[in-house]
Write a protein that binds this ligand. Sequence first.
Ligand code: G
Ligand code: MN
Length: 250
Amino acid sequence: MSAATLFPEVTRRAGEGAIEPFFQPVVRLEDETVSGFEALARWRTSAGEIARIDLFPAHAWTSEAMRIGRWATRAALARFAAWRGARSETLGINITGRDLSDGGADFVLEAVAEAGVAPSAVTVELTEHHWLSDISRAAEDLARLRGAGMRIALDDFGAGHASLSWLARLPADIVKLDQSFIRFVDRDTTERRIVRAVLDLCAELSIAAVGEGVESESQRDALRAMGCTYGQGRLWAMPLPAEEAFALAS
Ligand code: G
Ligand code: MN
């Protein structure tokens, strides 16, 4: 099943191109080994250039965006399942509040089962860039995913809508600190103090933290010194095609 058959509108806009799942490694800051990957949909154009799907920002979210997201998630799960076997690495899949309120939890349960990926290998990343219209319902949906063995991550933490109320009311295992904070984490900045406080908060709540968009060794060192467990970013690798990304795991 190709993107071309499912999404003629998008593939028309992309020329000969197609949506493809890319994978960005997430590393343990302790020893910089790969703990897992985040799946990110990419749009590969006929010119060979690879663009981020900026077609659907939060304010322009459509049912087509959701269909594409779901297709990309299924494709990512299939690629990951074919590679992982008995290995221990995890896969992060992204979901929005809109998707969640449109049967997203059932979709994730079904797609993970269909791909044959162990639920314990899956982290569901809920982005803060979209509003949650019904937080109680979202909490129930996320609890179902967690009950099935998946982990829940609050993505783009600090840069979106809800931070503390989400932390208080949603079942979260992981917080992914937005890269707008990580950018300044190696200097004496307000961002650095906020990161330190959020890491303390995560420790208090027994939530693991991931620094997103880590680009330099000094950012890595600062996060490590403040007790952040994981990192993700250009310092290690940008999102890559499956084979290239998976080759980074030892
Ligand atoms: O929204 P979310 O955090 O799930 O998506 C991560 C996005 O950030 C991806 O589109 C990815 O390409 C981008 N990204 C990942 N690592 C880096 C980085 O080190 N620097 C920058 N500028 N962007 C990054
Ligand atoms: Mn994410």
